[in-house]
Design a protein around this ligand. Structure first.
Ligand code: SF4
Ligand code: SF4
Length: 89
């Protein structure tokens, strides 16, 4: 396992496993209209957390959510960074 590269990907884009998202027309149209990308059962949401600084640091580091504190790149539940996270190397 590698280390965090401070690339900020985990704070700028969310990837979810969402079974059926591609086959449900309403879901598909809604997410695509909001700039999301769908690949099979995977939904990519291009959001930048408002707490991420320009240096890719977290401005609420001491009080950030538990998911952020425990994040290690690999798939955790429905949320993960699929490519490029240093923890995945
Ligand atoms: S995606 Fe991985 S390497 Fe990049 S900032 Fe998040 S934890 Fe660190
Ligand atoms: S709260 Fe901090 S660690 Fe969590 S997504 Fe936002 S910037 Fe990233």
């Amino acid at each position: 396992m590698g280390d965090c590269r401070r690339c900020g990907k985990c704070c700028t884009g969310l990837t979810f496993t969402l079974p059926g998202v591609a086959s449900n027309r309403l879901f598909r149209e809604y997410y695509q209209a909001h700039g999301c990308r769908i690949e099979g059962n995977t939904l990519h949401v291009p959001l930048r957390c408002p707490h991420l600084t320009e240096e890719n640091l977290c401005d609420i580091h001491d009080t950030k959510p538990l998911l952020c504190k425990t994040f290690r790149g690999k798939k955790q539940g429905k949320f993960y960074v699929d490519k490029g996270c240093g923890y995945n190397d």
